[in-house]
Design a protein around this ligand. Structure first.
Ligand code: GDP
Ligand code: MG
Length: 164
């Protein structure tokens, strides 16, 4: 049985771009339009001799009203994806920085007891590190990435598949 890895995060952070990198496809629709991926999308990913199923989601936080209640703005689809996943990849936008919804999502992910990897995407400069503010999520060291350039993807794959 292949492990299931879910891509979770706000709209427009680069989840679908990372999905495409993982599956080496153009399957997921990438666009500036927020929340474009309305349903869950499944793909096969392989790295060296390991393989897993990756799930793309539409995103959490579209209706962030600051209420602090995750259920108010997490779609049913994201809920399902999170619960069927063995491993969560929490994608955040390094250029936008840490915003309220990220903290709320992070708090929720803490309660699951599943492995969570924080990916700081849109770190476009070759030598740039992930912004230190994402350490505050308490989910470990953020992995710097530029998904649209494929940078950082191999490193993440290596870490993700290490225990598979
Ligand atoms: P999603 O809504 O989380 O699935 O985000 P998408 O994958 O659709 O990407 C949203 C936008 O961010 C698109 O315009 C992408 O081209 C752009 N994007 C994705 N990765 C990167 C990156 O590493 N750097 C920059 N600058 N933009 C990126
Ligand atoms: Mg998407």
């Amino acid at each position: 049985i292949k492990p299931v890895v879910a891509l979770i995060g706000r709209p427009n952070v680069g989840k679908s771009t990372l999905f495409n990198q993982f599956t080496k496809s153009r399957q997921a629709l990438v666009a500036d339009l927020s929340g474009l991926t309305r349903d869950r999308q499944y793909g096969d990913a392989t790295y060296e001799d390991k393989s897993f199923i990756v799930v793309d989601t539409g995103g959490i936080g579209e209706a962030d009203d600051g209420s602090g209640n995750i259920d108010d703005y997490m779609s049913e689809q994201s809920h399902t994806a999170i619960h069927e996943a063995d491993i969560i990849v929490f994608v955040v936008d390094a250029r936008a920085g840490m915003i309220g919804a990220d903290a709320e999502i992070g708090k929720f992910l803490h309660t699951l007891g599943k492995p969570v990897y924080v990916v700081a995407n849109k770190v476009d400069g070759v030598h740039d590190a992930a912004p230190a503010e994402f350490y505050a999520l308490g989910l470990g060291e953020p992995y710097p990435m530029a998904a649209s350039h494929g940078r950082g993807v191999g490193n993440l794959l290596e870490v993700l598949t290490a225990d598979m």
